[in-house]
Design a protein around this ligand. Structure first.
Ligand SMILES: Nc1nc2c(ncn2[C@@H]2O[C@H](COP(=O)(O)O[C@H]3[C@@H](O)[C@H](n4cnc5c(=O)[nH]c(N)nc54)O[C@@H]3COP(=O)(O)O)[C@@H](O)[C@H]2O)c(=O)[nH]1
Length: 828
């Protein structure tokens, strides 16, 4: 075979073919080889790889060639070749040695397979697989792939962690095998295999929940997605499983679900607002309590719920606390949609965002109206007696303690009246307990009705009651109250058709005299109550005996006065008023007397003040007026000349109003000329009711009745006031007359009063003139009228009539000469 023919054969081979001698020099090649490298045959033939290829490639080729020569036969290896343009290609060299006729290695023949494209494709696949692997690894979900037999082929970190595969040889193993090696996870594998089988059988993608236990015994909830893979003929090829651990999400969802359930079902009203207080959401209880439907309040400010009971300061303090502590809790009054104001127990919490800024407020509240009602009911039960509705012993103690504190501050007194019913046991025993209960209720009503706002009543227990009186000024006033209560209780009772009667024994103690605290005072009043029992019941006793006696005296005086009025035991006595210059009778003062069978003749000084306090002075004063007018008229009718009759009038008579009309009526009824009557009003009474008095005086003067100011000098009338009064006469109080003319002070006062009367044009009468020297001094000062024992003592009407008949003016006039006064002065 010639060389040309052989070359043609070689050139017909499409793959690059080359052959070298035993020294590694190219002996020949085909056209495909030259094309592949971009060389001409001249450039190659006879050359070694060191002359043709870059050093790194040449060294490799040479080493490979040497190895082949050393071990003649065949050689296949991958390497790179660089063509004439400098491009490198990935190739596979297939080489084989050939021998000379003697069997010695004569060289090698080789061919090249260009695998550059395949390599690149492989690289791309590999890179893609690596990316995919990295992606799968990076996934937080457990991802794994099994073959059609259920053998594990691919896993990511999350799957390895879940199945405990990281340190194990898992590849190619089935769940059964893996589970048997790790009993702690046998169940997980079993579930996994079971579900794989299920999905394969169903033939399509399936998502299912799996509850599995991890290696630490934690129960995890997985959302597993399985994708079964089949080949073209429907044989199982594999299965992809993606398991997402939703344990946390499920727990969060559960928490949210629970929160929503609580939100919807809690009995507390809840509102969530933004940071500006605009309502974002409310729960059904909110609507139930406030009356506002959700749609009505969403978007509204919480101030629509405000009641108006709290001022701006209250809300400012609330927001301050919220800002400082993040929470506010307290009782608050809010308003329902109906307008009803009700109490809430409200807790407001602050919600902050990730930046720590306030984002919302959550308000949780409950309607505490019922609790409040229950509280006040409990309060009532704790402090009030259920039978009578009166404060009980505990509340009495509290109230008394407060009353004592107030009295201590105000410097006043407090009285405790401890009241025990006499005969209550009899009613209970005879008519039964229901009747006894009814009796106690009636007594409670009577006590309250009798006291009105004067004091407070409590039921101390059983048939014992207590009354507290504040601002007590006089013990007598307390005794009046006690007397009144005794009278009220003693009234007959009708207990469902049965007549009954009880009385009360009362003990009275006063703060501060009988005790400094509530307990001591109640005890003192209780002790005094026993004294009342010992005295025969149906009476009262003071803890302090002096007071008891005074009170009893006073009460008995009042009783006596009432009786005297009813039984006509008052008398009028008359004391003449004399003109000091002539001795002529100017008039007479009518002076009241009370002739009592036990007390004898009682002075008005003793009973008028009490009559004024009790109001008895009004009927008594009217009687005096009527009697004086009647007597005056009678004397005139029998030809006597009593002059002007002066009648004393007390302050209440003026204060009440209508006094001038009463006088007019009495004058007209009696027929006494108005000019024969004078009314004496004390300076104190005038000042007590200045305007009333001024009007009364003017009205009396208009009637033609004379008006005198009694006891002048004891009050503090201003000259301006006196000047405006239409009075005619001032009576100098006998206190100023008593030591005249020796007492320099009285002398100066008397002198001043007389001088003032003269300059104002008033008449002046001196009272209590007992000595001629007093009379003489008065005359010398210009006081022309006087009354006193020097001329005559007050005398009963009949005696006065007799005195009138026998009176001789000249008897007196000589006694009051200036000489008497002068002699008296020289003696002193
Ligand atoms: N509201 C009324 N008050 C009346 C009435 N009757 C009397 N009174 C007032 O009672 C006070 C005491 O009166 P009485 O005990 O009658 O004393 C009067 C005279 O007896 C007494 N008097 C008179 N002369 C003397 C005297 O020389 N010495 C002396 N020691 N006492 C004397 O003075 C009383 C008269 O006072 P007055 O009325 O101020 O002129 C007394 O304040 C009466 O006013 C009445 O009906 N209503």
């Amino acid at each position: 075979m010639d060389q040309g023919f052989l070359q043609n054969v070689l050139d017909a081979i499409p793959a690059p073919v080359f052959f070298k001698d035993a020294a590694g020099r190219y002996l020949g090649c085909n056209t495909a080889f030259l094309d592949f490298l971009g060389y001409t045959a001249d450039r190659i033939l006879g050359k070694s790889v060191f002359e043709l290829s870059p050093p790194d490639l040449a060294a490799r080729y040479h080493a490979q060639d040497q190895a082949l020569f050393d071990n003649p036969g065949e050689q296949v290896y991958e390497a790179q070749v660089q063509n004439a343009r400098g491009e490198r290609r990935e190739v596979v060299f297939y080489k084989a040695t050939f021998h000379d006729t003697e069997g010695k290695v004569a060289g090698l023949v080789g061919t090249i397979l260009d695998i550059t494209d395949r390599k690149q494709a492989e690289r791309r696949v590999r890179e893609s697989e690596e990316r995919l692997g990295a992606l799968i690894q990076a996934l937080p979900d457990a991802v794994f792939l099994k073959d059609g037999e259920g053998r594990w082929l691919v896993t990511n970190g999350a799957a390895q962690a879940l199945f405990g595969l990281a340190e194990r040889d898992w590849f190619g193993r089935t769940d059964l095998e893996l589970g048997s090696e790790d009993p702690a996870r046998a169940e997980v594998h079993a579930v996994c295999a079971r579900n794989d089988e299920l999905v394969w059988q169903q033939g399509g993608m399936r998502q299912m929940l799996e509850i599995v236990e991890d290696g630490q015994g934690r129960r995890l909830v997985f959302e597993a997605t399985r994708i079964p893979l089949f080949d073209s003929v429907g044989q199982r090829k594999g299965i992809v499983v993606v398991g997402r651990d939703i344990t946390e999400r499920r727990a969060a969802e559960e928490r949210l679900r629970q929160a929503a359930t609580v939100f919807d079902n809690t009995v507390e009203g809840i509102s969530i607002t933004d940071r500006d207080g605009i309502i974002q959401s409310v729960n059904p209880a909110f609507s139930r309590i406030t009356g506002y439907a959700e749609a009505e309040v969403i978007g509204c400010h919480t101030r629509i719920l405000q009641s108006g009971r709290h001022g701006a300061d209250y809300y400012r303090a609330m927001w301050r606390t919220l800002a400082r502590t993040g929470q506010w809790q307290g009782e608050i009054w809010n308003r329902r949609k109906t307008g009803e104001v009700y109490p809430q127990w409200l807790t407001i919490g602050t919600v902050r965002d990730d930046e720590g800024e306030v984002s919302n407020y959550v308000a949780v509240f409950s309607d505490i109206s019922q609790i409040k009602d229950a509280q006040s009911q409990l309060e009532r039960l704790a402090h009030y007696d259920p039978l009578t509705g009166l404060p009980n012993r505990a509340l009495l103690g509290d109230r008394l303690a407060h009353a004592i504190s107030r009295a201590r501050r105000a410097g006043t007194s407090v009285a405790v009246l401890f009241l025990d019913l006499d005969g209550f046991k009899n009613v209970n025993d005879s008519l039964g307990h229901p009747a006894g209960d009814r009796l106690l209720q009636i007594i409670a009503e009577r006590l309250c009705g009798a006291l009105r706002s004067e004091g407070s009543v409590s039921r101390f227990g059983g048939d014992e009651f207590a009354v507290v009186l504040e601002d007590v000024v006089r013990g007598e006033a307390v005794s009046e109250v006690a007397e009144h209560l005794i009278a009220e209780i003693a009234r007959p009772l009708d207990l469902d058709g049965h007549g009954a009667h009880v009385s009360a024994s009362i003990g009275i103690a006063l703060f501060p005299r009988d005790g400094d605290d509530a307990t001591t005072l109640i005890k003192a009043a209780d002790t005094a109550m026993y004294r009342s029992k010992a005295l025969g019941r149906n009476t009262f006793s003071f803890h302090h005996e002096d007071m008891a006696q005074a009170a009893h005296r006073r009460l008995s005086l009042e009783h006596g006065l009432r009786q005297a009025l009813e039984q006509g035991r008052f008398e009028l006595w008359y004391q003449p008023q004399i003109d000091l210059r002539t001795g002529v009778l100017a008039g007479a003062e009518a002076l009241l007397r009370w002739r009592d069978p036990e007390r004898g003749l009682v002075s008005p000084a003793e009973f008028v003040p009490l009559a004024e306090e009790t109001g008895l002075i009004l009927p008594i004063g009217l009687w005096v007026l009527e009697e004086a007018c009647r007597a005056g008229r009678a004397w005139l009718d029998v030809g006597l000349a009593p002059g002007r009759i002066a009648v004393n009038v007390a302050a209440p008579q003026i204060e009440r109003g209508g006094f001038d009309q009463a006088v007019a009526r009495v004058l007209s009824a009696s027929g006494l000329p108005p000019a024969a009557l004078e009314v004496e009003i004390t300076e104190g009474s005038l000042l007590r009711s200045a305007e009333n008095a001024r009007l009364a005086v003017a009205a009396l003067r208009a009637l033609g009745v004379g008006v005198a100011i009694d006891d002048f000098g004891t009050g503090y009338s201003s000259l301006a006031y006196l000047k405006n009064l239409a009075v005619q006469t001032l009576k100098i109080d006998r206190e100023f007359v008593r030591d005249l003319p020796h007492d320099a002070g009285n002398l100066a006062i008397t002198r001043a009063i007389i001088a003032m009367c003269r300059s104002l044009g008033f008449g002046v009468v001196a009272e209590g003139v007992e000595e001629p020297a007093q009379a003489a001094f008065l005359v010398s000062e210009g006081c022309t009228l006087a009354q006193g024992y020097l001329f005559a003592k007050p005398m009963p009407g009949a005696e006065f009539a007799e005195w009138l008949r026998t009176y001789r003016p000249e008897q007196h006039v000589q006694g009051f000469s200036a000489l008497d006064y002068a002699e008296d002065r020289s003696r002193s």
